[in-house]
Design a protein around this ligand. Structure first.
Ligand code: SAM
Length: 442
């Protein structure tokens, strides 16, 4: 770093000894005015710096998906998209190394309802937290998969944008993550660079001609950063897509990418390169049939599930063999079915629950969906009550409407309760419940 940074090195070293800034990115689909008050992050309209780190666990809005806790530098990919693919465009996007979902939730907000996101993570144990974060974000225009980058051959040339936020040596996180610092060695940098090259070598064919590849790491060394970008250009038919940033943002322009250094940018060390595919990319054949063993709902069942949706006509509903009902946005139907037929370990759309005797037992994902009907029965809770609900306690008030009712906080749904005449059942999934004490040991 000393050799690379020259006279800036002491400032860099000083910044690395300071506590990292705290920042969040708001969910534009779940507006919360309070969160808008804090200091904006210049490159992300929904990004906010917080003056200190609160207990996110004790904030019901965090559980409702009103925001994602994300360090500020990595939100720069939003600006890269603004300048290349555009925002709100009907893009097909693949996030190849997605867990726990920071980039994926940003990508969903950037494409809005118009596009489609395939959020993939190879390590199976990281799928549950990824799914949880995506469910909180509330979008239906997505698929989540659990595959190695080499398994995607049937989707060659399918994507307008492929994001490779690669596993790396984490030099940019040393002040936040002592593990990253203690595991660092020259050998581990070389190992990371080789692994990144393997990932890129699979990812390069997935981008359509004219499409964009966004490669990022949270490290500083050129072996993992620019040398891999150069490899991609030499071997994948890519050219750099030049970006420009206002100088006051402090982002360093390198030959083949952009680097955030913590002494110049209020965030962690983050590297990003944006490339456009100019080479000819053959496209794999699409399949547009639903999975063979999925059934459409009957005309008697349809109104039961449609009642939960604000715009039911925008969705098709299928039942999977084990009984779960899935809602698929019609605008992305062909894309969803193509992905479903190309990959074995994947989910598509949102699982909305199970039909039991003329009743939908609604899933937690449906409670958090942005497509939920706004007039469903709600019990708006005070903060203390909301935290008890999030601890999976059964709450009850005589005035609450009987039946499926959304426990909510500040208008944001937190989960389902089934309200009976003198009690209620809390349907929050066990894995989602808050485990820490919320009020004097309770
Ligand atoms: N994009 C995520 C976000 O913004 O929240 C962070 C991704 S993290 C930097 C890199 C991810 O790559 C990890 O989830 C890790 O499990 C995954 N990974 C590890 N080895 C991999 C491999 N060989 N191929 C693809 N992904 C891998």
């Amino acid at each position: 770093m000393k050799a690379d940074l020259g006279s800036e090195f002491p400032a860099f070293l000083e910044a690395m000894s300071q506590p990292p800034p705290v920042s969040i990115r708001r969910n534009p689909a779940k507006p919360s005015t309070e969160l808008a008050q804090s200091e904006p992050i210049p490159w992300q309209p929904d990004g906010r710096y917080l003056p200190e780190r609160p207990s996110f666990t004790l904030d019901p809005r965090f559980h409702a998906g009103a925001y994602y806790v994300q360090e500020a530098s990595s939100m720069l990919i939003y600006e890269a998209l603004r300048q290349t693919t555009g925002i709100g465009q009907p893009l097909r996007v693949l996030d190849l190394c997605a867990a726990p979902g920071g980039k994926s939730t940003l990508l969903l907000s950037a494409i809005g309802e118009a596009g489609f996101l395939l959020s993939n993570e190879v390590i199976q144990s990281r799928i549950a937290p990824l799914k949880m974060n995506l469910e909180k974000w509330g979008h239906a225009n997505l698929s989540v998969s659990n595959h190695d980058p080499e398994d995607f051959g049937r989707l060659n040339g399918f994507f307008d944008l492929v994001v490779v936020d690669a596993p790396c040596s984490g030099e940019g996180l040393f002040r936040k993550d002592e593990d990253a610092a203690s595991h660092w060695s020259e050998a581990s940098v070389a190992m990371c660079a080789a692994r990144q090259q393997r990932i890129l070598s699979a990812a390069k064919d997935l981008v359509r001609t004219g499409g964009v590849m966004l490669y990022s790491t949270c490290t500083f060394n050129s072996l993992e950063n620019e040398q891999n970008v150069q490899w991609l250009m030499d071997n994948g038919g890519f050219e750099p897509a030049a970006l420009s940033f206002p100088s006051e943002w402090g982002i360093a322009t390198q030959k083949l990418g952009y680097q955030c250094f913590p002494h110049r940018v209020r965030g962690e060390g983050f590297f990003m390169a944006c490339l456009r595919k100019t080479g000819e990319q053959p496209i794999a054949a699409a399949t547009t049939n639903p999975p063979k063993d999925w059934q459409r709902l009957t005309s008697r069942e349809l109104p039961i599930v449609q009642a939960f949706f604000s715009k039911p006509a925008d969705f098709e509903f299928y039942r999977k063999p084990q009984g779960e009902v899935v809602a698929l946005p019609k605008a992305q139907l062909d894309t969803l079915f193509t992905v479903a037929s190309a990959l074995r370990k994947r989910s598509i759309g949102i699982e909305i629950g199970e039909l039991k005797k003329q009743d939908l037992v609604p899933s937690h994902a449906l409670a958090l969906s942005n497509d939920l009907h706004p007039d469903l029965p709600k019990a708006d809770l005070e903060r203390d009550e909301a935290l008890l609900f999030l601890k999976k306690e059964n709450l009850w008030k005589p005035e609450w409407q009987r039946g499926w009712t959304l426990a909510s906080y500040g208008g944001l749904p937190l989960g389902w309760m089934k309200v009976l005449d003198n009690r209620s059942n809390n349907y929050l999934p066990m894995d989602w419940r808050i485990r820490m004490a919320v009020d004097g040991g309770r």
